[in-house]
Design a protein around this ligand. Sequence first.
Ligand code: FES
Length: 149
Amino acid sequence: MPLYSKKVMDHFMNPHNVGEIENADGVGEVGNPVCGDMMSFYIKVKDDRLVDIKFKTFGCGAAIAVSSMVSDMAMGKTIEEAMKITNKAVADELEGLPPNKLHCSNLGADALHNAIKNYLNKKEGKQDGGEKVDESCEVHNSHEDTEDS
Ligand code: FES
């Protein structure tokens, strides 16, 4: 029985919006010291809308699929709409994740939200590194292969 939905596999094999934006308006990072997964999101904002999003993820297959899906879901949305993207909405859009990988979907929404907060803080002239450590991975520190063999 396949561990991952076809959508997860598609986004993992061909992730959308991979990369980095030079002079990004906002950068958000989340990392987990236990499983070692790291996600960075870069956003460009115009008229309160996310006109470009890129990400770099060093992590498990689910984390890569989640990043790709979050970037698709948020592209073109207003800041307000993008802040409402929930971890559950991302997992649902991916047609579910195995229970032991659900925590990986937390990283994507958090990284995007951190990038938006970083943008908003910069706009207000505050300093914000946009970084956060997600503790939820602590329950899971092994990386399964994404192949269903
Ligand atoms: S984010 Fe996938 S194993 Fe931690």
